[in-house]
Design a protein around this ligand. Structure first.
Ligand code: SAM
Length: 323
């Protein structure tokens, strides 16, 4: 069995015939969803393949890392585009794939870490996630009015500008957040040589209907206030987190009441609900029934964005206003 797998994998590597500038074949694999035992077996197989390539007179380099899946940085820096086999374990078999492209990590990192104002206390959304959320809301259509009502340091506004939206609004209760967003947008516009067509105002989310006209917004994309991150990080008792949950649910409910007034019928909201993972228990701030009762249809609630050790996980939800 192992020898037939080896033959297949070897055949595949040779069929790619992709040598780097040192005339070497670089190859690797990433395993998703498998056990550490599965990984060890595949790693051993890859080492055998490297030997086999050498006995055939070919220079080969097998790239592995500490983790069972390689990062985009490793793939790019080791010339593995087209040579990284993706092995995805399913319930009843495996899916195989090939990495053709990776994210532009250098550009994301520049937009995240080199912008003038970062607010580590309130928390910042990774630009990549901001982009995913905008795409989930817009389905690629740029001629929409888009609002982030908890704009913080402006990550969603930045990504909307880069994606080509030209009716972009941001609001936040904090004057500092408004100033930070403005500075970051101006910086990005200068970097990219584009005009900074973004309107940013100071406003409490429960007051949105006094700022925006009725049914004037197409899309709302937001990561809201998710509680005091420094407090939550060191908290392992359920009761204080239940209290935070209830306060946040009131805030989100009031936000969705306002969204219902300013968004167009059929307009979409992509919104993050925090989920606190403590001692094997999940404290979930998403309450689909209560928000749906305000006139919203929940289109998606199963997207979780988190690292395994993270205490505050992000549950990404998609909503549509019922006409
Ligand atoms: C998690 S941050 C948003 C981070 C933002 N997505 C970013 O990447 O920069 C939450 C923001 O919500 C704002 N906020 C808290 N309560 C608010 C309220 N009632 N109305 C509007 N904004 C509020 C805070 O000032 C903070 O800037």
């Amino acid at each position: 069995m192992a020898s037939s797998k080896k033959k297949q994998w070897l055949g595949w590597i040779l069929s790619k015939d992709k040598l780097d500038e040192k005339q070497k074949i670089n190859f690797s694999f990433s395993l998703y969803g498998g056990s550490s035992q599965d990984y060890k077996q595949l790693d051993a197989l890859a080492k055998e393949i490297k030997k086999e390539l050498k006995t055939r007179g070919l220079k080969a380099r097998y790239v592995s890392s500490q983790k069972s899946a390689l990062s985009s940085v490793i793939v790019k820096k080791n010339n593995l585009l087209g040579q990284e086999l993706l092995i995805i374990k399913e319930k009843d078999g495996y899916l195989l794939g090939l990495t053709e492209a990776v994210q532009d990590f250098a550009a994301y990192s520049l937009r995240d870490y080199k912008r003038p104002d970062r607010d580590q206390v309130s928390g910042m959304l990774p630009p990549k996630l901001a982009q995913i959320m905008i795409n989930l809301a817009s389905q690629g259509k740029k001629d929409k009015t888009i609002l982030d009502p908890f704009c913080g340091s402006g990550t969603i506004l930045q990504e909307a500008l880069l994606l080509g939206f030209d009716k972009i609004y941001g609001t936040d209760i904090s004057a500092k957040a408004v100033a930070d967003s403005q500075a970051n947008i101006l910086w990005l516009a200068k970097q990219q040589n584009i005009s900074a067509k973004v309107v940013i105002k100071k406003a409490d989310v429960s007051d949105l209907a006094s700022i925006f006209d009725e049914q004037s917004i197409d899309l709302i994309v937001s990561e809201p206030f998710m509680g005091d991150a420094r407090f939550i990080k060191h908290q392992d008792k359920i009761a204080p987190l239940e209290k935070i949950k209830s306060e946040l649910q009131n805030l989100y409910l009031s936000a969705f009441e306002q969204f219902g007034k300013i968004i167009k019928n059929q307009g979409k909201v992509v919104f993050i609900f925090p989920l606190f993972a403590i001692k094997e228990k999940n404290i979930n701030t998403l309450d689909i029934l209560t928000i749906s009762a305000l006139g919203w249809r929940c289109l998606e609630s199963d997207l979780l964005y988190s690292r395994p050790e993270q205490k505050v996980k992000r549950q990404i939800t998609i909503w549509q206003k019922i006409a």
